[in-house]
Design a protein around this ligand. Sequence first.
Ligand SMILES: [Zn+2]
Length: 301
Amino acid sequence: MKKKIISGVLALMTGILLIGCGANTQTTSDNAQKVKADKLKITVSIYPLQEFTEEIAGDKAEVTCLVPNNVEPHDYEPKAQDLEVLTKSDAFIYNGLGMESWVYKVNDVIKDKKIPIVESTKGVEARKEENAIDPHSWLSLKNAEIQSENIKNTLVKLDEKIKDYYEENYNKFKGELESLYNENKPKFEKLNKKNFVTGHAAFGYLCRDFGLTQKSVENLFGEGEPTPKQLEDLVKFCRESNIKTVFSESLASPKVSETLANEVGAKVVPILTLESKEDDKSYIESMRYNLDEIYKCLENE
Ligand SMILES: [Zn+2]
């Protein structure tokens, strides 16, 4: 009899548990769907903007980057089907400063929909080199603050009800950018040597932040390998400036950087332009790596 009661109770409990589980599963999957539907869909042009947007949006947005991983963005030109993702996006964020010569195509695709097109470098002081505007704004920690603020303002406009969440994430990220800058500024000021040699002229804004000068194997747009004459000039520059490190970028003629380094007896050290996703480092980690490596190279020369 006792046994019967116990198994009856057990059966009853199991039943309740099953009902409970069933109900829970239902709710969880409903929530998951709801969250998914609630997430903003943001499309960005280049990888650093994905980093900035994800820092601020956290898990509240799905960020799609148009330029695929490991693709040199200066050579990128979207095909019509690449731009289709834009029609289902809540906003399109691009760099500006001439980085996306194809941005007019985006206008064509989404002009009839009310999808905001955001130029993230609005408010960044552009620098010129050889009469061209330097597009590599994101390699400056100071510019990264401005670009992230523009992105944050966009997210707030799209999703006003969680404004505080975006503000908080932005302030946290801004704090990280500022502390990395403040940590490095006095270090670079104390150095006598200010010149370094890299793959393509991507570090002009970083140089502006820290009072440095770059020489590069390729130009601002990562175009064309140097002519024999240009290479000869670089070799001369490296010898005169006693350059012991040549930075190499995986997407900009790493072979030429190697040749140059061999010629002048320098070592080759990788540097990160963040133009495309190459590894699992965050933006801050990549910038810390770059600044540490540039500092080591200048300190030892
Ligand atoms: Zn570049």
